[in-house]
Structure formats: structure tokens, C-alpha cells
Design a protein around this ligand. Sequence first.
Ligand code: ATP
Ligand code: MG
Length: 250
Amino acid sequence: MSAIIRLEQLSKSFDSLDVLRGISLDFESKEITSIIGQSGTGKSVLFKCMIGIMAPDEGRVFYKGKDLVEMSEEEKELVQRNFGYAFQDAALFDSMSVAENIAFPLREVLGIRNRREIRQRVREMLEWIELPDIGDKNPSELSGGMRKRVGVARALAIKPEILLFDEPTSGLDPVLGQTINDLVVRVNRELELTCILITHDIPAAFRISDKVAFLHQGEVIAQGPPREVIRSEHDMVRQFVENSFSSQEV
Ligand SMILES: Nc1ncnc2c1ncn2[C@@H]1O[C@H](COP(=O)(O)OP(=O)(O)OP(=O)(O)O)[C@@H](O)[C@H]1O
Ligand SMILES: [Mg+2]
């Protein structure tokens, strides 16, 4: 197997705060990889570096062997066509309807102009997130969970090679969270997409992922298949895993 994305010694600081401290991590093609770890440990910063919208201070982000950090903006935009991503806060455009939000990357990234094709794709995406009737609504009329799912639909719309989600299930009730996790598994299997998730849903991460990486204070302290990471001797990982699974049983 060869890594579709490879991070090498990524570092990022904000003033005196060292957020990423030499992250090296491989993401295999067509696999689901989840990144877990405490709040404030640098997961979203890592996410932004991976998709090329934040420059690391040091290190490299390889996409199929090509370094994003070194690329011109034009080259990077071409590479980014292969990425479908949804931010932690969904980041929808409130001046547009839900349908227009989902259509946006179809027009802007893929350059599709055919209105029927766009309408069709938007409808298909709304069905994937099980909200078929909200196309005409404005994002401000939606609940937080619905916005989140529209963010997921927008990321999926371009049928990217890699899906990257920053906490797609946080703020959702368990049933909806499960729907999104199922969706990830479905697109991974049916569309053979590489999926990279940042998630606080530890049981789901262990259940659906081929690989889990545990971030702590800007470093990867455990990584590998779930069955290996779950047996990690590292105190922080053990605490995290034990708490997540025991809270689920209550
Ligand atoms: N643009 C920025 N400028 C300054 N500091 C930042 C910036 N972005 C993130 N940080 C800081 O970097 C640290 C890591 O933030 P990050 O958002 O990556 O955490 P996280 O692991 O995603 O947390 P959570 O699980 O709560 O989403 C935090 O201390 C945050 O305040
Ligand atoms: Mg975050």
C-alpha cells in the first residue's frame, strides 16, 4: 500500500504556543483514518495544514508524493479538487440557500455549468444526508446538526478522491451521529473514497476506522489499526479509551 497523503515532521506554532510538534503520519488510499485526541491539542490546525489552507512552519504534506507546502497557489488549487472537506463549524454561506451552498463547489471547483446536472447532484446529496426537502431553506433556519450535515453534503458533492471531515458528528444526537458515520462507511465502500475524520466519537472511530491516530500535545502518541491503539500502554490513550467506552455503557 502507498500513502495517498503523507505528513512529514509537521510543526506549527502561534506566537509562543507550539501546537504541532513534528507530526508524521500516513493516510492510506481508500481507507478510513480517524484522528482523535483532547480538545485544543491541534487536530483542527492539523486538518487545515493537510488541506493546504494553513501553512505549517516546518514539514511537508505530500499528496501522492507531491508536496503541497511547496506548491504554487495554482498547483495547490488543482490538487484541492480532489479534496472534499467539511470544517468543524460547517462554515456554510448564510447568504445562499442550502441548495446553492451545495452547488457552490460544483460550479467553482468543478466548473459545471449545466443547471440540470447541478440540480440533480444537489438533490442526490440531500438524499445522502437524509434531508431531501431543505434545498430552499437558508442555513440560518437550520439546526446546528442540520447545518453540519449540509456541510458534509457540500464536501461530498464534488465526488472527491479524499473526504476530510473535522468533527462531522459533534453536536448531533447519537442517532444522527450514527447516520453520518454510516454515510462515511458507505462512501468509503461504495465510492471507494479515502476518508479522514477528526472525531470525538471514540467508539465510532474504533468501529469504523482502518487506522486511528491519537494526537496529544501536538504529537502522535499512538497510531495503527484500532485493535492495536486500543491496547496502547500510553496513559493518556488508556484514560481516553476507558472513559469513552465506559460512558457509552451508562
Ligand atoms: N489561527 C490561530 N491563531 C492562534 N492560535 C490558534 C489558531 N488556530 C488554533 N490556535 C490554537 O491552537 C491550539 C489547537 O487548536 P485546534 O483548533 O487545532 O484544537 P483541536 O484539537 O481541534 O480542539 P477541539 O477538539 O476543541 O476542536 C489551541 O490552543 C488554539 O487556541
Ligand atoms: Mg477542532
